[in-house]
Design a protein around this ligand. Structure first.
Ligand code: ADP
Ligand code: MG
Length: 713
């Protein structure tokens, strides 16, 4: 798929002729009702385009009661936008004709270009070059078109059957077919758009251009994207990090399912796949990822209507116990905290709620709650400084109208600067009735989607609170020495001793070690290391040593070492391997077993991994990824983001791990990976993360080198 490597550099205003034209030529307009050429013209007309429409068709005098012209050149007025839907063979000539006629923007609907193979790609490149030479912009080819709901413009230059409603979301879709579905969902949810663009093959205009187009547009409060690929991840990062500070960017990225097994033997390589990479990448850009289009709109509505969250503590106000329990579970599972309300708040609630109500969070007002009790309770709860977010649940009771409840919630929310979501367990009629009501809080049918949205709101505002100008730190290390070691191995795993040397050169603490060639010399080396020691048998293709019994821990003396060495020799032989050398290592006591990893992605470059380590990494997969370059807050996010983070903080009297040291190691590894592209995979598993920084050490490392992949866009 073409990207914007040869990008002319965007002035977002160059898209104005496409989104806000005053004159539009529909090239390929047709009288045949079931054709795209008819649908395009029809939509332009019925959506009441504010400018003039010129159907272009060599064999019709008029179409849709508009005078038709045989060619663009024959139109007497200047044309801002040409909408092209002619057979693919005719497209290059039509584009030339448009350029000659001084058309200022193009939308090419016609398919059959890069998506069909090399020949199509060549024609597409030719068209793109032509367009760029003339300094104008083109959307498509192979797209569904563009929409601008601005009442001054009213442009529906698509063949979609569903009209778009005016609103504040800018939506860009890479897929045309999905574009139709998106417009349907948007209409069903009563969600409005500012502009919509279906990108198609992105020959010229890409999602990045749209981000910049919406960056300073006051009407577009939320940007939503459906993406299948990233043309140019570096440029996306740069733009998304900048634009995301002004308004939220939401992405549905398809291709979430695991890729086919990749040829990776390290833990990091086995867990890393395209999808986790994409998620890590989007996270770091501050972009919010949704799983489905519906989830995307759930989130978009909340981002549009709610203020920024101040933290992650949630208050739940309900009239039924069951849904509140579900809400609590969902929030906790997503890493949100259930706010603990102050005594004063509880007292104020107690003063007017019935005795059977619960004034602790979740605040359960029981089934007799009226719209007034909702307003009062919510107002009190939002006054509490320990509340950052709120979810208000209403199960329609027998006697009151849920719309009154929702309006009370809206009233109470107005006086506070806090995101409030409503969960209304109500009838379809209720939902029909609130469709066009942009003045109400975001409404969800169930607690779980609402909890997901709260978690995203809290994450996005945390990202926004971070300093924007953070740069990756630089560590002063002997990179030449590292390169010499890496170059000693042509392709494959470094000998253990070399892998440890690389860590040491990069300032990553390792357990003291020696190597030895025989059980006898292992015993000698052990006294250098100092008892107790750990003995490991190393063999070229042996990746997970303890699987075959090649690790002996807690050896106290020379006899123990000799004996263990012989039995490791035996076991490896039984496993069809041969001990190439022994590693005698300082026995490290205590510390949490964590894993650090590096793997590489052909698109995104080196990836870092952090998580709970040990033998069961691939079973628990409690890991987080980060893309390089990595900043300190990003490294800290990776560490805090694992599910088992509380273990590292120390539970049940255990000492906490030194978290600064862990972040420091991630940053050092990020530099190592960026500066030494021959590194294909690295696992430090485990690193024993003790509280005392002098006791925290790497005790196992595997490092694989090879040819760097071709640098990607
Ligand atoms: P494998 O190739 O199986 O991953 P490791 O070197 O990681 O082999 O050893 C397996 C386990 O033995 C580690 O997860 C750790 O629990 C323990 N271990 C290994 N080396 C040491 C050490 N130097 N000090 C303490 N425990 C160790
Ligand atoms: Mg290991």
């Amino acid at each position: 798929m073409p990207d914007d490597r040869n990008h002319p550099g965007t002035d977002p205003r160059t898209l104005d002729p496409i989104f806000s034209p005053r004159t539009v030529a529909v090239v390929g307009a047709s009288r045949k009702r079931d054709s795209i050429g008819f649908a395009l013209l029809h939509n332009m007309v019925v959506e009441e385009f504010a400018g003039a429409i010129y159907p272009i068709n060599p064999s019709a005098d008029s179409i849709h009661s508009l005078k038709a012209y045989p060619s663009v050149a024959a139109v007497p007025d200047p044309i801002d936008l040409a909408l092209i839907a002619v057979p693919k063979g005719a497209v290059p000539a039509v584009v030339r004709e448009c350029l000659d006629a001084g058309v200022r923007g193009l939308v090419v609907i016609t398919a059959g270009f890069a998506e069909t193979g090399a020949a199509g790609a060549a024609v597409e490149a030719e068209i793109r070059d032509l367009v760029r030479e003339h300094g104008i912009r083109m959307v498509g080819p192979n797209c569904m078109g563009v929409i601008n709901t601005d009442p001054e413009v009213c442009l529906n230059a698509t063949f979609a059957p569903t009209p778009a409603r005016r609103g504040s979301i800018g939506f860009v879709s890479q897929s045309g077919a999905l574009g139709v579905a998106i417009l349907n969902v948007a209409a069903d949810l009563g969600v409005g758009l500012t502009q919509f663009a279906s990108m198609g093959n992105k020959a010229d205009v890409s999602g990045n251009d749209l981000l910049e187009y919406w960056e300073d547009d006051p009407e577009t409060r939320v940007i939503a994207m459906y993406l299948e690929s990233f043309g140019n991840p570096r440029r996306f990062t740069e733009i998304a990090k900048r634009v995301g500070r002004k308004k939220p960017i939401l992405v549905v990225k398809s291709g979430r399912t695991a890729e086919g097994a990749r040829a990776a033997s390290s833990h990091t390589g086995a867990i890393a796949g395209t999808d986790v990479t994409v998620s890590a990448f989007l996270d770091q850009c501050g972009v919010l990822r949704a799983n489905t289009i519906e989830e995307l709109f759930d989130l978009a509505v909340a981002l549009d209507r709610c203020p920024m969250a101040t933290g992650n503590r949630v208050a739940i106000v309900t009239n039924a116990g069951g849904p509140a329990i579900m809400a609590t579970d969902a929030c906790v599972n997503l890493g949100l905290e259930i706010a603990s309300l102050s005594d004063e708040t509880e007292e104020r609630l107690r003063s007017f709620l019935p005795a059977e109500a619960s004034v602790k969070n979740p605040v359960d007002m029981i089934a007799s709650a009226t719209p007034e009790s909702y307003a009062r309770a919510l107002d009190i709860v939002l006054d509490d400084p320990s509340v950052d977010l709120a979810m208000v649940i209403n199960v329609t009771p027998l006697l009151s109208n849920p719309i009154d409840v929702l309006e009370s919630i809206a009233d109470a929310t107005h006086g506070h600067d806090c995101p409030v979501l409503a969960v209304m367990m109500a009838t379809e009629e209720f939902y029909e009735g609130i469709k066009a009501r942009g003045d109400l809080p975001p409404v969800y049918r169930f607690p779980e989607p609402a909890a997901r949205v709260l978690a995203q709101l809290s994450r996005y505002s945390a990202w926004r609170r971070r300093p924007a100008d953070e740069l990756p730190p630089e560590f002063d290390v002997d990179d030449a020495a590292v390169a010499r070691i890496l170059d000693r191995t042509g392709d494959g795993y470094l000998p253990a001793a070399d892998a440890y040397r690389v860590l040491e050169l990069y300032g990553i603490p390792t357990a003291g070690w020696r190597t030895a060639g025989s059980p006898e010399s292992a015993a000698v080396a052990a006294s250098d290391v100092g008892y107790p020691v750990v003995l490991k048998g190393e063999a070229r293709d042996l990746v997970h040593k303890s699987d075959v019994g090649a690790v002996a821990v807690g050896l106290e003396d020379a006899d123990g070492v000799r004996e263990a060495a012989r039995s490791i020799e035996r076991r490896l032989e039984e496993a069809g391997q041969r001990v190439e050398s022994f590693l005698i290592q300082e026995m490290v006591a205590g510390g949490h077993e964590v894993i650090f990893g590096i793997s590489t992605d052909p698109r995104f470059g080196p990836l870092l991994m952090f998580g709970l380590g040990g033998r069961y990494v691939e079973v628990f997969r409690d890991v987080r990824f980060g893309v390089t370059p990595l900043t300190r807050p990003e490294a800290e996010d990776m560490i805090r983001g694992i599910r088992g983070f509380r273990l590292l903080e120390g539970v049940r009297g255990e000492e906490p791990a030194d978290l600064d040291l862990l972040a420091d190691i991630l940053l050092r590894l990020a530099q190592l990976a960026l500066r030494h592209p021959r590194i294909r995979e690295l696992d430090i598993n485990p690193f024993l993360a003790a509280g005392d920084p002098d006791a925290a050490k790497a005790v196992d490392v595997r490092l694989k080198v090879g040819e760097p992949p071709n640098p990607a866009g």
